[in-house]
Ligand binder design. Sequence first.
Ligand code: GLC
Length: 479
Amino acid sequence: MIKVLHISSECYPAAKAGGMGDVVGALPKYLPAHNVEASVIIPMYRTKWIVNADLRRIYIGDMKLGTEDIDFTIYEYKNRDIKYPFYFVDIPGKFDRADIYLDTDGHGYKDEPERNVCFQRAVCQWVTYSNHHFDILHCHDHMTGLIPFMIQRCFEFESISTLPCFFTIHNGQYRGLFEWDRVGPLLPEYNTEHSGLLDWDNKINSLATAIKCAWAVNTVSPTYMEEIVRDSDTLTPLYNSVREKLHGIINGVDNDQWNPAYDNFLNTNLVKEDWVSFKRDNKEELCEKYGLKKELPLIGFIGRFAHQKGADLLKYAIEQCLNSGLQFSTMILGTGDKEIESDLIQLRDTYTENVAIEVDYNEKLARLIYAATDFLIMPSRFEPCGLNQLFAMRYGSVPVVTAVGGLCDTVPDVRSDGNGILIPYARVDDIVTGISRSVDLYKDTKRYIKLRDKVTAMDFSWNNSAKQYVELYQKFLNQ
Ligand code: GLC
């Protein structure tokens, strides 16, 4: 068995802020079938899940972080409900906080640079000096981007300097930028002639460092890979210079977690593939709860109220559609930008019969929305993979998405024999067209049901993608 250690700042169900948490929580389950044993290590936050977890101490370490003396402990999760070895790095004073990234004022923690370096150093130290052996390190996003550099160049980790490092980009917009003055002195000692590997535009750039030092880099869909190579502002030349080690591997769905037949969050489950009753009953439940008309096509939106997700455009597009007399209902669930939130609430207050909104991060309601809606809209400006369109299809909701990144790879338009509706650009007019196409399609019941049947029969499980990761791991080990 090849042994791979996934190093991440999130892993569902212990700690999740976004899709990366889902991916890191699921992929390791699907690797053993391909002869890879995957483990996961994350910081020991004080999320509810972690506080209640049964843990065993397996390693104690220390480091000098600038002028600070840091003691840390590695714990292993003891229960069998998580199907892979799961480790936590406890660093008191740095990670013993309930939220993963955000302080109580809603902004990022002010000591983010110190926390970040400290976690990465602790993992490298454990891998170097404990009796746990790994064949490959697999890092996720900029929060772990300095690790490939550290193990290859820092004297402290010399004995593992040839360990293959793999790097996955879940979102290339976030870079982990640090001032040299502040973070330079926190790094373990290395020959400064290599400091160029850490630098991009006179800052330490964690993402750029990983792109330079990792043996292979992948993004979570082939199209997103092409997009970032084409345009990543100042990083474009860097991506172009390492093209031969870039790959695009689409994410999958964890079919155990996302199964309409067994989903405990739902009051009505799918029985004997009877999609008609499943959709009808869930739709009735949601419409009753929010005062929406169940005869109308129901379009859902689930996601962060953020520019990336195109959430700011929704209000204008929905308003335009309803004013022009289109008959449909919308259910919106999310949190984020306050301005977008108040725009959407205002929309609901103007069109109470057609628009419902819940400002929340709510797993149970999200599941009901996937199960109840006829369409799920994702007007993202960019989307490295996107998981919600995959969840939607699994629960019989037809995706209506912009033609970007992973959305484009997983939802070809029904006009080209695909499985959803493509919106060419994240622009109000295009979204309006997307919504009116959805409403038209729904009126043609036979066509709509045929498409829904096609969507629910699709397979987006991890098996295929896990195999692609394994092929790359094997390539490393043969080198
Ligand atoms: C990030 C991306 C999203 C992707 C997820 C998991 O959240 O924005 O598109 O699906 O990571 O890789």
